[in-house]
Design a binder for this molecule. Sequence first.
Ligand code: GDP
Ligand code: MG
Length: 673
Amino acid sequence: MAQTIRIALAGNPNSGKTSVFNNLTGSRQHVGNWPGVTVEKKEGRFFYDEVEVTVVDLPGTYGLTAYSLDERIAREFLLHETPDLVVAVIDSSNLERNLYLVAQFLELGLNLVLDLNMMDILEARGVSINTEALSSILGIPVVKTVANKGIGIDALRKAIVETATEQQKEITFKIDYDRDIEAEIETLSELLKDKKLSKPYPLRWLVVKLLEGDPEVLDQVKTWPQGKEIQQRVLESRIKLERHMGYDLETAIVERRYGFLDGLVRECSKKKLGIKERLDVSDRIDSVVLNKVLGIPIFLALIWLTFQLVFALGNPIADWIDALFGWLGGAVSAGIATIGGPVWLSSLVSDGIISGVGSVLVFLPNIMLLFLVIAILEDSGYMARAAFVMDRFMHALGLHGKSFIPLLIGFGCNIPGIMATRTLESRKDRILTILVNPLMSCSARLPIYILFAGAFFSKHQGLVLFSLYLTGMVLAILIARLFKTIFFKEEVAPLIMELPPYRMPQLKGVFIHMWERGSLFLRKAGTIIVAGVMAIWLLASLPIGVEYASQESLIGKLGSLFAPLLEPAGFGFWQAAVALIFGILAKEIVVGTLGTLYGVGQEGLRVALLQYFTPVSAYAFMLMCLIYIPCIPAIATIKRETNWRWTGLAVGYTLLLGWIVAVIFFQLASAFV
Ligand code: GDP
Ligand code: MG
């Protein structure tokens, strides 16, 4: 059996109702006059899913206050003929103004489908609408159409039939008219609650209309038994509110509705900027970001901010991971004990692997966050500016500006940084940039800083990190300058750098970039770091019978051999020497070694460090870790990109420089502190 429903198309004049109507109904339509008046009445039909739908094309209307004949017809029909469903056809290119009518329909409690017509115009302007958001806020289905081209009409048919045949949902839509007005609405609602309302009016709508002073509604109320009394009450409310606000109530109500719609449109629409607008915006941003005076401070401020963020968000997560590994170590050694496993195995697994790898992995959140911010800066187009800004600086010091990109990459990892020098044209620039790349503090060194800064400078962690990165950069520039005058003497070519317009980084792209780099850290933790900490554990346990990680162990002896060399830098004890030696495998192992030698857990590790280091020697140690010897994979890469001579220089100068800087710092700072 075929179901039949009756719907009406309503909307502002020229919103495309008739076009929608013609498309919906095709040839099944006829034209007559509205009863009693000579205004054209169009009616038509369509079938969808066995449902016969009669469509009435209403005259255009701006509101539901009956000012003109057209409006009166529309209102009359909507209020008294109660169609099963109303399709609000709106001109999306004038969204806010058109939604005003829709808001009124909703307040009236009509069963609605919203048709965002003229989407083509909106899209041509680069505006997109989030229909799901709009639909969920308004609580009605939303369909996009381009009626004059017949686009979206089928989806509209479907929405119409589905909505009309479903049970009508509870109306959740409500505009908040602010406290004072809402208070009056509430009192009046209370008063009118028991009155027999003429059928189609929802109570709230009626009250709002009365407050607005809608003449027709007022007339109707007058005919009620206590009509006079109610009118008097309404008048009192109006006077009270108007005195309160200082202007008339109707304006106030209209304003609130527009206020709501303004918010709604902001929430649900997004303007994509065209290339020209983007360039304009970029220019404006660049006039600040690339400013001669402000450029470098802004760059530094951004890096500083980055580190603040890395700590503020990363540390709490790091604590969880730390707790997890602490628990894991205990559980595993207990497990091995219960199955009667040997003590050495339990020690290898919990003291060695879990403790060592755990002490490195706790930095995963910080590192991921750092990469996240770097990815955002890259994808937004800021990194290209950073290179540009730093170029002035580097130029002054004799290095090509383009070299800054490989150096920037070096902050993530020196290996891709070194490989990125292939983009540089001149051999001199390539070699200089490769040589100083290890001074760019890569992420593997971050755990060391975080550990030590957390233990000794807990109030100024961000600042300490910032100072270390900065030291690396300044040293890189100085060394490049020095090597240039020693090994190369030609001039630097002038730089032209293209600056792409800024763009909004896309979530997906940013996360992919973050993951690409961050997963490298994870892989390293799973391979070279595990191997490193196992070797350290073994050396710390041998010869058999020795106390684990004591000075009599092999590792203690090895460390003791080198420790005196580190004495002038303030950390002349064997554990530090061992950490530095094994750190050459991968810099994370510095922390891994300390974790293996000093014990489980961040807290335990910090306490142990406090016994060995002072703030001054801790900072000297961080400087040493920053500068001394690139890790083995980086050394291999330098060899691949250059030759043994340059590789030897890179290893030699970093070791010497690291030691010199750490010693100078320690001696000077000790003299002053
Ligand atoms: P009505 O006054 O609401 O019945 O609107 P009409 O259907 O008469 O349409 C008004 C004008 O807008 C006509 O010239 C239509 O061709 C045009 N129009 C209707 N829908 C669209 C649309 O989706 N996109 C564009 N660009 N024009 C439309
Ligand atoms: Mg029309």
